[in-house]
Design a protein around this ligand. Structure first.
Ligand code: FAD
Length: 373
């Protein structure tokens, strides 16, 4: 029987950042993860050609926080990468987010929003930002493919994820102070972050619960409904099926790392990734050929494939019910993107985990006794 003071289920960013903070403060920590690698979805691997692939979809690291940047660069060197995406509309690679000049060229400058007031759903929110023909080309069907439901049934909040660029700025997050990708990859970053922390990989907490018992706190970063054996029902997620094709005779197939295919008649995939664009130029240059990956959304039943919490009121309500159960279970903290049923960017996941670690250390009954406490 393993008896750590703090048992951390999940070695993604949330679990690893908390584990790092607790171990650095002298606490007795054990991480278990059912996957065969650390890092959760922050992971990459190399294709036979030498091209580095982000295993669970493209990850662009960005933060405005000096503290979070100092934290990640403590473990790995990053090279600057400012993601700029395109979307394929009428056979042309157009800027994503949408450039105001595109709207001016195709609609004119004197259009009025079709919807004004407080939007009650995604479609109304989008129509308050742009003319309908633009919404229909760039947004509507993309989101229908992504979520598998009509756009008007999605929550208005989803519109906060994009804007119309008055200045045509092509960089996805131009104002973010620190932007980059780890020089030796995400898997290296996460191995360094968890260096020296006891970890059991290939260890499913639910299957092997009898082998481990936290003395102070179990920090669970997997799906919140699983902790309660789905007794209130299952929260819904979307995932992506990834299909990789290597093209030996092509050096560059598209103008940037990510090209969206927003219309139904372009097929079910929502985007194509070309990984060489995301590699450090010195690493990418000598590699022959290119690797393309299409991402096609689906509704996973295996929780290992959960990626995006489903943005509707029904699931938000079900989550609130599970949250109440979790908050009233002594000795248990449920957190992270699956535990809080929220999409967190990596810097948000790190910031949140740092805050939780500070709270855990403050509440720790041994705080005065332990070294660095
Ligand atoms: C497709 C996609 C693209 C993304 N792109 C970006 C991006 O460009 N920029 C950005 O900043 N962020 C991006 N993110 C977000 C980023 O992946 C998250 O911020 C991060 O993964 C959150 O870490 P986490 O630890 O909360 O969750 P996870 O990484 O999911 O870690 C949870 C861990 O818990 C483990 N686990 C679950 N259940 C059990 C169990 N029963 N027993 C043992 N272990 C268990 C899992 O195996 C996993 O390792 C993206 C996310 C997705 C889905």
């Amino acid at each position: 029987m393993l008896r750590p003071d703090y048992l951390i289920v999940g070695s993604g960013l949330t679990g690893s950042v908390i584990a790092r903070a607790l171990q650095d403060a002298g606490r007795d920590v054990l991480i278990v993860d059912r996957r065969d690698h650390v890092g959760g979805n922050v992971h990459d691997h190399k294709h036979a050609s030498g091209i580095r692939v982000h295993t669970y979809g493209p990850h662009y690291f960005r933060t405005n926080s000096d503290r979070i940047w100092e934290f990640v660069t403590r473990f790995a060197e990053f090279y600057t990468y400012r993601a700029a995406l395109k979307t394929l509309v009428n056979g042309e690679h157009e800027n994503w987010p949408i450039a105001a000049s595109y709207i001016a060229k195709h609609i004119g400058n004197d259009w009025k929003p079709e919807f004004t007031g407080t939007p009650s759903n995604f479609e109304e929110a989008a129509l308050s930002l742009m003319p309908r023909p633009i919404y229909e080309k760039f947004i509507k069907e993309y989101n229908e493919k992504q979520w598998g439901v009509p756009a008007h049934t999605l929550t208005a909040d989803l519109c906060k994820r994009f804007d119309v660029r008055a200045d045509d700025e092509p960089v996805l997050k131009p104002d973010c102070k620190h932007q980059g990708i780890p020089r030796l990859g995400y898997a290296h970053l996460m191995r360094q972050m968890t260096k020296g922390i006891p970890i059991e990989l290939g260890f499913d907490y639910f299957e092997r619960k009898s082998e481990v018992q936290a003395q102070t706190l179990t920090i669970f970063t997997g799906p919140i409904d699983a902790v309660f054996d789905y007794k209130l029902g299952k929260l819904k997620y979307r995932g992506q099926q990834r299909a990789h094709t290597y093209h030996a005779d092509t050096q560059e197939a598209q103008p940037c790392g990510q090209v969206n295919t927003p219309m139904h008649d372009q097929g079910p995939a929502i985007r194509t990734l070309e990984w060489k664009h995301m590699m450090h130029p010195d690493e990418a240059k000598p590699i022959e050929g290119t690797l393309l990956t299409t991402e096609t959304p689906f509704t996973p039943t295996d929780s290992g494939q959960y990626e995006y919490p489903f943005p509707d009121n029904e699931n938000a309500q079900l989550y609130r019910e599970y949250r109440e159960l979790a908050d009233n279970t002594p000795g248990l903290l449920v957190c992270g993107r699956l535990g809080e049923y929220r999409y967190f960017d990596m810097d948000q996941a790190i910031g949140r985990a740092m805050l939780l670690a500070e709270r855990i250390l403050k509440d720790d009954p041994d705080a005065d006794r332990l070294p660095n406490g």
